[in-house]
Design a binder for this molecule. Structure first.
Ligand SMILES: C[S@@+](CC[C@H](N)C(=O)[O-])C[C@H]1O[C@@H](n2cnc3c(N)ncnc32)[C@H](O)[C@@H]1O
Length: 225
């Protein structure tokens, strides 16, 4: 990339990094929890990040765990370009793969995702994906997923959305706009309950746990026995 393109990408990365924090309360803590779960399983090895976007999670993993290599998968070449710019300092410890997470996965020591698997719209497709992830993991490996979970119970679901809206409003977004965001996101994104997420992980033959939740942001872990 030329210098001006690199500068432009940097500005876009900074802007994405800012915006995502206005949308997701506890974003930094959430990514740190993903890193902690990977570290608890492995200090080195090969990690695949699904739907890596601009590479914020991979950057943290590469920084915190000098023994790991990371393969970033995304279908959006623009996002990959931004991730490549961000991860330049890590050289060949980071690899970029323009591919859907529904494609065949190679063997890995850990598979991680942040705010990406809500693009899977049905629970059956989720279970299928988690099975493929479980099959790709080496024994003892972990699948760590950071995403939004919303309870099925209508009253609890509304409470989760209210907690979420409160974060957007605290970040300076007008209340009406916050609810508009949720309506827009629901056209593409699908949030399942924590119970459904843990159930899907168990159906994939993995041991399921939830080490962290800040309503509605959630980290779940599936460990290959
Ligand atoms: C909201 S962004 C999250 C990015 C990043 N992981 C983060 O936490 O900031 C979701 C990403 O998932 C990617 N994505 C959506 N569907 C995908 C698929 N089927 N395979 C791979 N990536 C996908 C999008 O291109 C986008 O970069």
């Amino acid at each position: 990339v030329s210098h001006s393109v690199a500068k432009h990408l940097r500005i876009e990365i900074d802007s994405y990094d800012h915006t995502i924090r206005t949308f997701i309360g506890g974003y930094d803590e959430m990514l740190d929890q993903v890193v902690a779960a990977v570290r608890a399983s492995r200090e080195s090895g090969h990690v695949i990040e699904l739907g890596a976007g601009t590479g914020a999670l991979s950057a943290r993993l590469l920084e915190a765990l000098p023994g790991v290599t990371v393969e970033l998968w995304d279908v959006d070449p623009e996002m990959m370009g931004k991730a490549a710019e961000r991860l330049l300092p890590f050289g060949d410890r980071a690899r970029f793969v323009e591919r859907s997470f529904f494609e065949a996965l190679p063997p890995a020591d850990a598979i991680v995702a942040s705010l990406a698997l809500h693009h899977v719209r049905t629970l059956a497709d989720k279970v299928g994906l988690y099975r493929a992830i479980g099959d790709a993991l080496r024994p003892g490996g972990v699948f760590v997923n950071a995403d939004i979970t919303i309870p099925d119970d209508p009253a609890l679901g509304r409470a989760s959305y209210r907690a979420w809206a409160a974060h957007l409003v605290e970040s300076g977004i007008a209340p009406a706009r916050a609810w508009e965001h949720f309506a827009e996101w629901s056209l593409e994104d699908r949030y399942f309950s924590l119970d459904d997420e843990l159930g899907a992980i168990e159906s994939a033959g993995l041991l399921a746990t939830c080490p962290w939740r800040r309503d509605p942001a959630t980290v779940t872990v599936g460990t290959r026995r």
